[in-house]
Design a protein. Structure first.
Lengths: 82, 181
């Protein structure tokens, strides 16, 4: 059970709606994931974090797919259900 | 975990065998790090070393069946001595033989190549704050071709996802991105 009320997508700032739509398109889903809404609950945090995340996950010396495997490993070691 | 697996599948990683291999590498790495750091076994490649909490058997005194395993391990890792964590296990030849066999298979080229598995082991070690694991897998990943830029990017991803996993845990987020859903 979440310890906070997570904002609905329509409650997020207008400036962040484009990012929400892009997230839905990327995941091929019809909702905005909780993590995106949590990060953008405080846009002053979520916007730069989102930028850092997009930068980190872009293809580089490691591919996006390889980076997703690293992310999954981090989650496994941290025993993160989400 | 569910979100990253779902995201990975969207990147074309749809074969479950890949995710089995990620899980095996994470599990074996975490187990070996737990023993090595728990017993304060000496780091393999960087100093200053640590004083072990236990006496490590001298490889020179090993029985032939243990020496055979040590030779295989040293060849696998391109090292001139058996890693301390396996020296510890050599107190029981059967344990060493069986766990090394599992470790070797977890890290062998299959759907995922060995260099990628060493990067994942490094990520697991960084996340667990394992001195032994970071020392060992950083050296191995570099040996197998991880560039400076690749290392920077791997650590960047580790840092980013240590952030979101802790945010998810702090707020007890329930998964909403289900792999394959």
């Amino acid at each position: 059970m979440e310890t906070v009320r997570i904002p609905e997508a329509h409650e997020l700032a207008a400036d962040d709606q484009k990012f929400c739509e892009a997230t839905k398109a990327w995941f091929r889903i019809d909702f905005v994931p909780k993590m995106s809404r949590v990060l953008l609950a405080v846009p002053e945090f979520g916007r730069p974090y989102g930028g850092a995340s997009r930068r980190a996950m872009a293809d580089g010396a490691l591919t996006r797919a390889q980076k997703e495997l690293i992310a999954a490993t981090v989650s496994a070691i941290n025993v993160c259900e989400y | 975990m569910a979100a990253h697996t779902a995201a990975g599948k969207l990147q074309g990683l749809t074969d479950d065998q890949i995710w089995y291999e990620v899980a095996y590498v994470a599990g074996v790495t975490h187990a070996l790090n737990t023993v090595a750091d728990g017993l304060r076994l000496p780091l393999e490649f960087s100093g200053p070393s640590r004083t072990p909490a236990v006496r490590l058997p001298d490889p020179a005194d090993s029985a032939p069946e243990v020496k055979a395993v040590f030779d295989e391990i040293m060849a696998f890792y391109s090292m001139d001595h058996p890693p301390a964590v396996f020296r510890w296990m050599a107190r029981d030849a059967g344990f060493l033989q069986s766990y090394w066999a599992a470790t070797r298979e977890a890290f062998t080229d299959r759907k995922l190549p060995r260099p990628m598995k060493e990067i994942l082991a490094l990520a697991a070690s960084l996340t667990a704050k394992s001195d032994y694991g970071v020392d060992f897998h950083l050296w191995q990943a570099r040996r197998l071709g991880l560039s400076d830029q690749g290392l920077t990017e791997a650590v960047e991803v580790v840092q980013l996802f240590n952030t979101v996993t802790k945010i998810a845990d702090a707020l007890q987020l329930q998964p909403d991105l289900i792999p394959g859903a």
